[in-house]
Design a protein around this ligand. Structure first.
Ligand code: PEP
Length: 253
């Protein structure tokens, strides 16, 4: 059975001390209220805080993911971080193709495909983001855009490798804007994505793939979003920076 997943994308926020406090607060709250048996929490802090968060995660309240990875194996790429490095720190997950990386750093579907390959070679599960911008949604092109991102970024994988993929549908117009997709809009496109996967890899693979929603998800709307049959949790930005909010979202299944 596919997992319910709540992943926190901290982006470029918090000092080391603040990050340490946040993980501590999350742990304290998780000691008070346990997550559902089928719920997985993943924290995706900035690179410099991975080790600190990883140390806390040994108590297995949550797993740790990176926010990005380079698409090359190793070499002269100043400032970059490889999948091998993440793997040597036992990082288990990594976000790929976030709309901010696509918009500000020119991350293309071809790069997403290479990053996914590097991660899978190193037994790290990619959390692959897709989603349309506002003009595409207004032009009714969301299905076309998401379909292209998924096919070009992921459909070179065989079924076994695809089985490691977590998908995050994140309409760009809902990220950090306070505008959330309605539960109906989320369900419609999540079902479309699951159907795409079923057409390529079969129903079993599709049914086992967790498809997360991202975009201004918060405690007040998480339950309604997660109640949809094809919404298996969330990739959470802003609300993952507050322990209370983030844990309450994770308790919303
Ligand atoms: C994100 O950037 O992945 C995200 C979903 O952000 P927010 O929750 O702040 O909209």
């Amino acid at each position: 059975m596919r997992k319910n997943i709540v992943a926190g994308n901290w982006k470029m926020n918090k000092s080391f001390e603040e990050a340490d406090d946040l993980v501590n607060d999350i742990m304290t709250k998780l000691e008070e209220k346990e997550l559902g048996e089928n719920t997985l929490m993943i924290l995706c802090p900035p690179f410099p805080y991975l080790e600190m968060c990883q140390d806390y995660s040994n108590d297995s309240y949550f797993a740790i993911g990176a926010q990005n990875v380079n698409d090359n194996e190793k070499g002269a790429y100043t400032g970059e971080v490889s999948a091998t490095m993440l793997s040597s720190m036992e990082i288990e997950y990594c976000i790929v193709g976030h709309s901010e990386r696509r918009a500000y750093y020119g991350e293309t579907d071809a790069m997403v495909a290479r990053k996914v390959d590097r991660l899978l070679e190193n037994d790290i599960r990619p959390i692959v983001c897709c989603g349309e911008v506002l003009e595409e949604r207004e032009a009714g092109k969301q299905f076309e855009v998401v379909s292209r991102q998924i096919k070009d970024g992921l459909f070179h994988l065989d079924a076994e490798k695809f089985g490691q993929i977590i998908i995050a549908y994140e309409p760009v117009w809902a990220i950090g804007t306070g505008k959330t997709a309605t539960p109906e809009q989320a369900q419609e496109i999540h079902a479309f994505i699951r159907n795409l996967i079923a057409e390529k890899y079969g129903k079993e693979v599709a049914d086992n793939t967790s498809i997360l929603y991202g975009g201004s998800c918060k405690p007040s709307n998480a339950r309604e979003l997660f109640a949809n049959p094809d919404v298996d949790g969330g990739l959470i930005g802003g609300a993952s920076l507050q322990a209370d909010d983030f844990v309450n979202i994770a308790l919303s299944f």
